[in-house]
Design a protein around this ligand. Structure first.
Ligand code: SF4
Ligand code: SF4
Length: 67
């Protein structure tokens, strides 16, 4: 069975409003699977991850869910 992974809602993800443009969810991703190429850009999932859920908790705008 596929492990749950993060899904980022583009309507809720507002990088310029959460942490001075730096994604809080990327900062807590110990697997480095969630990445942000430039500040103020929406992060994306580089590869499958372990679905730990830390990014879900870290995002202050509730833009990430596990699906
Ligand atoms: S996912 Fe959350 S913490 Fe990351 S840039 Fe978007 S709103 Fe900010
Ligand atoms: S669920 Fe965990 S491993 Fe996967 S992107 Fe979020 S913080 Fe990283």
């Amino acid at each position: 069975m596929r492990k749950p992974g993060p899904v980022i809602d583009p309507d809720k993800c507002l990088p310029d409003q959460c942490n001075c443009g730096i994604c809080c969810a990327v900062l807590v991703c110990s697997m480095k699977t969630l990445v942000q190429e430039e500040s103020d850009e929406m992060p994306f999932l580089l590869r499958a991850c372990k679905g730990c859920g830390k990014c879900v908790i870290a995002c202050p705008l509730k833009a990430i869910s596990l699906a």
